[in-house]
Write a protein that binds this ligand. Structure first.
Ligand SMILES: O=C(O)CCC(=O)C(=O)O
Length: 287
């Protein structure tokens, strides 16, 4: 069943997430997945002093043209525009990969807890399935309505089986209220930055590959401290607030790798702030 835009927006506002939306064609899924898997074969040593996983997990759109292009997909943007309005930027493009049979999980969390965006309503994640993201494969689970209150306390676990940067988790989640969001290849879910969500192990025989695009508006920077970067993808380019980036010149272009360094160093000050263990993806010591 294809949902109309009004239904998508009202479900999103009511529940803080909406799942099963069409985003990519089978050809687009095949091409994106093979791009990722080719990079994995070609860059086993990483690039610019980073592992490939670093770029997959944080700000991939700064150095990998296909990830930047994905953030400009008009099917996705039409839906995001209905929620956030006409002026849109991509703050980060990320991959969440769980190998077949892997024990990796994602603990219950609210995305914007450590992002330096306050409690904003002006950030939405589009999470696109590049494989069959079934319940068995460890799809996301959401707590409906949890975005309606503010941010809650998270404990950092630094668990090695957790895909999150600090293994952060919310202590008291009423799991019996959780709703699964299974996705077929090419479908996407949207979730609000304060919506509680998590995901389990991949018990299927294929890799579980999800591509998350964090969309924001110019307003997110109105009251945010420090500097931060984003890539305008639709509407007016903001004149202040965000440091706007154009997207990669070419794959791992030296100037883009230098920009990646600068962005990560600055973001690490916020995203790794207060962490008592090592946040692998946001290496504070590089700042
Ligand atoms: O891929 C997952 O299971 C979790 C993704 C996630 O937490 C997110 O996109 O915010």
């Amino acid at each position: 069943m294809i949902m109309d835009l009004n239904t998508i927006v009202s479900r999103y506002r009511e529940n803080g997430f909406v799942s099963g939306l069409p985003a990519l064609s089978p050809d687009q899924v095949r091409s994106m997945r093979s791009c990722i898997e080719q990079l994995e074969m070609d860059y086993t040593e990483g690039a610019g002093g980073y592992s490939l996983n670093q770029f997959f997990r944080v700000n991939g759109h700064v150095v990998i043209p296909e990830l930047a292009e994905m953030a400009r997909n008009s099917n996705i943007l039409d839906i995001i525009e209905a929620i956030l309005g006409p002026d849109l930027l991509a703050w980060s493009v990320e991959l969440f990969i769980k190998e077949a049979g892997s024990n990796k999980t994602v603990s219950w969390h609210q995305d914007i807890t450590y992002w330096g965006m306050g409690e904003t309503d002006d950030e939405v994640t589009a999470w696109i399935a590049l494989s069959d993201v079934s319940v068995e494969a460890g799809c996301m689970r959401f707590i409906p309505g949890s975005h309606k209150s503010g941010l809650v306390e998270h404990n950092d676990t630094f668990s090695s089986d957790n895909l999150l940067s600090r293994g952060q988790e919310i202590a008291n989640v009423q799991e019996e209220n959780a709703v699964h969001g299974p996705l077929l290849p090419g479908q996407m879910s949207l979730h609000h930055g304060r919506c509680f969500h998590a995901s389990g192990q991949n018990r299927s025989s294929d890799r579980r590959i999800g591509l998350a695009i964090r969309y924001v508006t110019p307003a997110v920077r109105d009251h945010a401290p420090g500097r931060d970067w984003a890539m305008p993808v639709r509407g007016e380019t903001p004149r202040g607030g965000w440091d706007c980036i154009a997207g990669p010149r070419s794959l791992f272009h030296p100037s883009d790798l230098a920009l990646y360094d600068r962005i990560l160093a600055e973001q690490s000050k916020t995203l790794a702030a207060g962490a008592e263990g090592k946040t692998n993806l946001y290496a504070q010591e590089r700042a």
